[in-house]
Design a binder for this molecule. Structure first.
Ligand SMILES: [Ca+2]
Length: 279
């Protein structure tokens, strides 16, 4: 049975949590589905908070395949975001908690990335919301829409130096930013919260609600494996989640170890958990 191609195919009414999806032409991914915000069905591609232990100043390849903890702060992976968003016409919702703990939204009715050979260039549609249209700008120096993705080791911005290196996180930089969400510390969203945003959440789903076919009735999120069992052979950046074939639970490691692609290509270790493939 094929998993849903994204969180929009999780049946309405299912709780938020960790689910398995399989975008067209890709392997299975472990993702967090947000089922409470605005009709649910959202695939979480980024989650961050001001006091995160996650280091966001990561390399191109780390961003490409994702990092963090799917239950807390994480980046799903630029390649996987691209693969998901190319399936249909997608929209994006940025959920920003400002310095006064007020939650604001920024919606763009189109979200897509170009492929890696084109730098994962960002394409956004028109804005609605309460947070302010910080991703697009009349100022080419802090524009994000239509920019390529840059990391500390791959400078694709429009600045003479490297924004991603200077500002410690991968993003669709120009020269350099009005939005900084991939950052360890206070985040920035336009003039809403400048270096003091409390948290961020980036959600995508197909533009037309219900366009996707409900996949399996009565789906529940994968339960957490307790107690936490970590494998000593895990390489940072390789493992995202352990899944138990007997209980179906997901065991995410505490920090810096991500959750997506390798959970299903591995083998059973002595603890009965599916570990990442040895490369
Ligand atoms: Ca540059």
């Amino acid at each position: 049975q094929t998993p849903p191609s994204d969180c929009s195919e999780i049946p309405p009414g299912s709780p938020s949590g960790i689910y398995i999806i399989q975008p067209a032409g890709l392997h299975r991914l472990v993702v967090y589905c947000e089922m409470n915000v605005t009709n649910g069905g959202w695939t979480v591609i980024q989650r961050n908070k001001k006091d995160t232990p996650i280091t966001w100043a990561e390399s191109w390849s780390t961003y490409k395949y994702g990092f963090g903890n799917v239950r807390s702060e994480y980046w799903l992976g630029t390649e996987y975001i691209y693969q998901i968003a190319k399936q249909k016409v997608y929209q994006v919702k940025f959920v920003i908690q400002d310095a006064t703990n007020t939650t604001k939204f920024a919606d763009y009715n189109l979200f897509s990335l170009e492929d890696e050979s084109h730098g994962y260039r960002l394409r956004l549609g028109s804005y609605t919301g309460t947070a302010g249209d910080a991703m697009t700008s009349n100022n080419p120096n802090n524009m994000h829409d239509n920019m390529k993705f840059s990391t500390k080791d791959r400078d694709q911005d429009t600045y003479s130096k490297n924004c991603a290196y200077s500002y410690e996180g991968g993003w669709w930089y120009s020269a350099c930013y009005s939005v900084r969400l991939n950052f360890k510390g206070g985040m920035t969203w336009g003039s809403l919260c400048t270096g003091n945003c409390k948290s961020s959440l980036i959600l995508i789903k197909p533009d037309r609600q219900g366009k996707g076919t409900a996949h399996t009735p009565g789906v529940s999120p994968l339960p957490s494996c307790l107690p936490t069992t970590a494998s000593s052979s895990v390489q940072p950046g390789l493992i995202l989640a352990f899944t138990s074939p007997t209980t179906g639970c997901v065991n995410t490691s505490p920090t810096q170890l991500l959750v997506s692609s390798y959970a299903f290509g591995g083998f059973l270790n002595p603890a009965g958990l599916l570990a990442a493939p040895q490369q």
